[in-house]
Design a protein around this ligand. Structure first.
Ligand code: F0G
Length: 351
């Protein structure tokens, strides 16, 4: 028995590194694939959750970031920069610490969850809040990396996609083949691009007998791919996917079309219902954006688009602790009791 070594060491021959590349890792990946009992019952399918909140900084971004920071270090970069709705910045900040680099992050003012801001701060990133949305932050980050000595670690950097494709490898390795359907939340559209690449590579090499249909879900107020045009002022409570002009738009459409899948939208209400179901009935606490995949699966099932008996994997992308406001909001206040067994038993309904 040995510890999981991180995605680069585990999948080294499938990633753009050389034998001499010095790996920057927090031993990301190797995340749980959890059978979802209630979702399986509701859909008549075999549903699994790929729990990416179990990564070192609490989101799937770590898979891409170990690659991006490893390569930036190899190329001699002293500083990295990213635009982020929160998780990319948390991940970049942590991996930059491991690499001894300066990390700059550009985030939309007032629109990133507290936990993510806390991570970037405690890892010592230089944070600029931008008076704009994620799309504005990305434009700015690209301009800065073009003109100043700082490496861009957003998913427009192709090695990020290479790292993130390993999640598809892990799923096939666990299930001994690709699922019938893979469901993901879609924001900047890097992750759906990455999973599709991973599934295609495994199928091409005969490790999987097929590829899954890719189903992506955007939040209704931030659904440019569904609308067929950029959204100028995107809104959703799922701040991680509050994006109006995804960088990997064309790749996401390719994943959708080549796989025979679709990209649809879910409302904030549907997202929050799935968020609560996951926590209260599956025991899996995710952040709101992550619940978009499950909300989408339930929507598709209600529309009769889910044939029973299929094997389905939903990626839940980030940890619920990132954005706990939504867990507390609307929940009943805990009651206070004296240090007294009878009083406690009575309040618990045991007496
Ligand atoms: N889920 C979570 C928790 C995310 O943080 C993101 C993206 C997505 C889903 C969507 O993935 O962009 O590859 O389609 N977060 C980015 C960030 C934008 O800055 O952390 P995508």
């Amino acid at each position: 028995s040995r510890q999981w070594r991180g995605i680069i060491e585990e999948y080294r021959d499938r990633l753009p590194v050389s034998d001499t590349t010095e790996v920057v890792t927090l031993r990301e990946g190797g995340t749980p694939l959890v059978p979802a009992q209630v979702l399986s019952e509701r859909t008549g399918c075999e549903v699994h959750l790929k729990v990416e909140g179990a990564n070192p900084t609490g989101s799937f971004k770590d898979r891409g970031m170990t690659m991006a920071i490893t390569r930036a270090k190899e190329e001699g970069a002293k500083a990295v920069i990213c635009a982020s709705t929160g998780n990319t910045s948390a991940s970049a900040a942590a991996y930059a610490v491991r690499a001894g680099m300066v990390c700059a992050v550009l985030v939309p003012q007032g629109k990133i969850a507290l936990g993510k801001m806390g991570q970037a701060l405690v890892h010592g990133a230089k944070i600029l809040q931008i008076d704009g949305n994620f799309d504005d932050c990305l434009t700015l980050a690209r301009g800065l990396s073009d003109n100043y000595p700082v490496a861009l670690v957003n998913s427009v950097n192709p090695v990020r996609i290479e790292g993130q494709k390993t999640a598809a490898f892990e799923i096939v390795d666990m299930l001994d083949d690709a699922p019938d359907i893979h469901v993901l939340p879609v924001g900047n559209a890097g992750n759906i691009t990455a999973y599709w690449k991973g599934y295609q590579e495994y199928a091409a090499d005969g490790i999987a007998s097929r590829t899954p249909r890719m189903w992506g879900f955007q939040a209704s107020g931030s659904a440019p791919i569904v609308r067929g045009e950029p959204v100028k002022d995107p809104h959703t409570i799922a701040t991680a996917i509050r994006i109006g002009n995804p960088a990997s738009w064309a790749y996401a459409e390719r994943a959708r079309d080549e796989s025979g899948g679709f990209i649809d939208e879910v409302t904030d209400r549907q997202i929050l219902a799935a968020y609560r179901l996951l926590a209260a009935q599956e025991g899996v606490f995710v952040e709101p954006a992550s619940a978009a995949s499950v909300a989408g699966l339930l929507k598709a099932a209600e529309q009769g688009k889910v044939d029973p008996g299929q094997r389905i994997v939903c990626t839940v992308t980030g940890n619920g602790l990132k954005d706990p406001d939504w867990a507390v909001a609307g929940a009943p206040q805990p009651v206070t009791v004296p240090i007294d067994a009878d009083a406690a038993a009575e309040r618990l309904g045991l007496a």
